[in-house]
Design a protein around this ligand. Structure first.
Ligand code: HEC
Length: 149
């Protein structure tokens, strides 16, 4: 019983700050608040924060200019789980060393950071969970099996 209690306490303490990487995934959400896909979509588009749109396209997204330096993210949820998406946004360098894709939640080992931004992450933990919630909805097929428009 005591062992079980210790496990539960450890688990709760671990939640929220556990950045364990397993393979190419980061399984634990960065925050306790579930991601908000609508806010995630807005962050994805804004050039001030996410800049995702600078390099990625998503069909049907209302944004004027969409870049193509990175792969299109249409149907990305068919290819990647939320845990895989999380590690790629937090620190793509951990998946592919030298990746072009910026690391959005890393403060160590960055070289081109202005002094004002040293020690800061590009996006907040909640920003990242919101973006994951948005990307997780980008499936080419609906649960009923029909094609999404
Ligand atoms: C400077 C360009 C650039 C920006 C900005 C950028 N990405 Fe990327 N992204 C890439 C590139 C390039 C890749 C392919 C991997 C690589 O070589 O870096 C990639 C890969 C990815 C992948 C994996 C796609 C797949 O099919 O495997 C995801 C998911 C992703 N980016 C999400 C995002 C999100 C979310 C943002 C904004 C928070 C973002 N990216 C901003 C360039 C960018």
């Amino acid at each position: 019983m005591r062992a079980l209690l210790a496990f539960v306490v450890l688990f709760l303490v671990g939640c929220g700050s556990d950045r364990t990487v397993i393979g190419d995934t980061m399984p634990t959400p960065l925050t306790k608040t579930a991601g908000d896909p609508a806010r995630g979509e807005a962050l994805f588009i804004t050039r001030e924060q996410g800049h995702c749109i600078l390099c990625h396209r998503v069909t049907g997204l209302s944004a004027e200019f969409q870049g193509n330096l990175g792969p299109t993210l249409d149907g990305v949820a068919d290819r990647l789980s939320p845990a895989q998406l999380r590690l790629r946004i937090v620190d793509y360098d951990a998946v592919v060393p030298g990746a072009t894709m910026p690391s959005y939640f890393r403060t160590q080992g960055l070289t081109q950071v202005g002094q004002n931004h040293a020690g800061q992450t590009v996006l907040s933990a909640q920003d990242i969970e919101d973006i994951i919630a948005y990307l997780t909805a980008l499936k080419t097929t609906t649960p009923m099996g029909g094609e999404m428009q």
